[in-house]
Design a binder for this molecule. Sequence first.
Ligand SMILES: *[C@@H]1O[C@H](CO)[C@@H](O)[C@H](O)[C@H]1NC(C)=O
Ligand SMILES: *[C@@H]1O[C@H](CO)[C@@H](O)[C@H](O)[C@H]1NC(C)=O
Ligand SMILES: *[C@@H]1O[C@H](CO)[C@@H](O)[C@H](O)[C@H]1NC(C)=O
Length: 718
Amino acid sequence: MQIFRLFTLLFVSGANCQTCERSFRFYEKQVEWENKLIEEMSASEIEANLKYLTSQPHVGGTRADYEMAQHLKEVWMSQGVDNVEVKGYEVLLSYPQEDNGSGVQIIDERGQVKFTAALFEPQIDGNFYDNSVLPGYLAFAASGTVEADHIIYVNYGSYDDFKYLEDELKISVKGRLVLARYGKFFRGDKVQNAQRFGAAGIILYSDPQNYAGDNGQASPYPNSWWLPGEGMQRGSIVWHDGDPSTPMYPAIKGASRISSEKMDLPRIPAHPISYNDARKIFAQMVGPQAPDAWQGGLNITYNLGTELRNPGWKIRLEVNNELKLAKTYNVVGKIIGTVEPDRYVLLGNHRDAWVYGSTDPSSAQATMMEVLRSLCSLKKKGWRPRRTIIVGSWSSSEFGYMGVTEWIEEHYHTLQNKAVAMINVDTAVVWPYNLFVCASPLMENVMIEASKQVPPPDKTLGFDSLYTQWNSRRRYSKWLVDNRLASYSDHAGFYQRLGIPIGYFGWMPDPEEWPEIDYPLYHSSYDTFEAMKNYVGPEFTFHLAAAQLWALVVLKLSDSLILPMKVTDEADFLEEIYTELYEEHGDFFQINNISITYLEEAIKGFKQQAKDFQNEIYNLDQQQELQVRQINDKIVQVEKAYVYTEGLFYRKHMKNVILGTSILDQYSGWSLPGLRELIFEHERENDKKKQKEIIEEIHVHLTVIVATINGAAQQLID
Ligand SMILES: *[C@@H]1O[C@H](CO)[C@@H](O)[C@H](O)[C@H]1NC(C)=O
Ligand SMILES: *[C@@H]1O[C@H](CO)[C@@H](O)[C@H](O)[C@H]1NC(C)=O
Ligand SMILES: *[C@@H]1O[C@H](CO)[C@@H](O)[C@H](O)[C@H]1NC(C)=O
């Protein structure tokens, strides 16, 4: 088994026979370290880390942000990380105003308040609550008040939901107040859709169908992991990453800041409520009954509610947020490489949480801490990586990836030249059913190879490795590795601005068992250590498997002579996205006389180049350090070539023209995001002249994509 794997490794890396002997010894040594690393790692260490991380609320920009950063620095220094820095940035955050609460009320015809939605979740689990627990609110929602004699239910608030209301049901939301349920996609896009269709304000709530088992009939937290009727999802609704007052440049000392009018922030008031409180609002709503697919899990009939039950009554939404400059702290550690200290393998995860954040992000932060402890333990036994390992514990990510984006902006050129890959994990364990892996094409191979070496987290299931479980249970998803990276976590800036190859993963529920369910306690006060310990992963073995996978991927990337990345995977991906584009939009291109054959040819050219390159690796004399280095540099440059400095047409801040996010949902990935956003805007444009302009822009962007793919192929040639 072991020897077999060694040969597999040799074959994959393509060493030829002259160098077999040396390579063999090299890989033997590497596998030895890999096995030591797996053995070193411990579930109870992760549990102890989680206990610490969830011991107090730790919202970005608060005292706890700083305290935990300092603690982490001390831990890493004592474990032997070579270099640890706590790096603070002053960034613009959005908090609820103190003593001037936001809220939702029902008011009768005499102006009497009949009902006020709760701002805080009651303490139902014996956990310590202090005034650092923020009320339910949406960061960066515009302050203001909307008082309306109606409220309109818009289902999830997707673009299609609003279209359906407007076109099919002939209900306009213009100037009106809307009510949407959480789930399916990024909350900020719900607010943006409301804005697109002209709504005056939006209330978001967590429907039991999406957050509580059995439509809210199952006993909720603290008796299970289901969201109780009082639970509220906090969250940010900005759609740009990083400090909005320093867009595209770092918030360094003395940085110039743009005025708030110039920032691209949400323009309408928005606020979250619990499902118990949403029930009170729904009870007031009459008008036509909502379509069947829009009915949720509350024990009421969901009406669209263009009118209220009692004439003269009103729904009042008031939001009082304040923008505040606050210092937020990243912790960045380094284990310096021996042979190539100037090549960086990055791993990271955000540390800040809306409240305790047991799942998001602490399940990953606790896991990452164990990865670091174990690497340091290897170091004590004589190991040191070939390349430098950089670990980042970011803060204020919940507000819009603030800490990490400023760090990327401050180290832009260094990362552009020296970063090899980034592995980011945000929620290591949501539910221990199966691994979800999202990675850029270059990272696919190493994720799969590493997973084959990780022991199965639950032996009673009969799988012989993490890989077997992952692969066997994927019958519900199209891809083993999803290459569509999206922007649901801190890796966004690394690939959107720099084209750095990305790996992301986490344990997720079975979509077949719970098709409508989102992670129930998400961003509520109830995402606690107890919820994780009692209902999700009592033994922390799934956290452990995540730690082992993460550590192995980092080790392979930082130690392998030839990077375990295959440019032929990249070629396969490009072919796949071409087919997708053709199938989905072939007619569109034809009708508009746009030829995409040169895109097809560019991809064919890339594919040939990739094959030749794999042969080049096969014939490489691995004793030639310089040639080894050249080969590795070529591989890493491929995805970096996807960055087009001008950015996408509608989203200048997104620079990657091959990998990106949906224009309607930051949490879903789009291939060829710039092309797809133009097609989307073309479809919803009625003005012929503007349509024509968009078509011209599509021609331009298509050329950029073709040049980009040709450019990526050129990286592989001397
Ligand atoms: C719905 O359930 C809630 C909570 O259990 C209860 O208070 C309410 O009376 C129920 N309403 C209806 C219409 O059955
Ligand atoms: C509450 O905030 C609003 C802005 O959202 C402001 O106009 C109002 O003056 C504030 N009231 C108090 C009492 O601070
Ligand atoms: C496409 O080309 C044909 C033939 O040249 C022309 O008749 C048609 O109007 C063109 N369509 C568009 C949308 O430009």
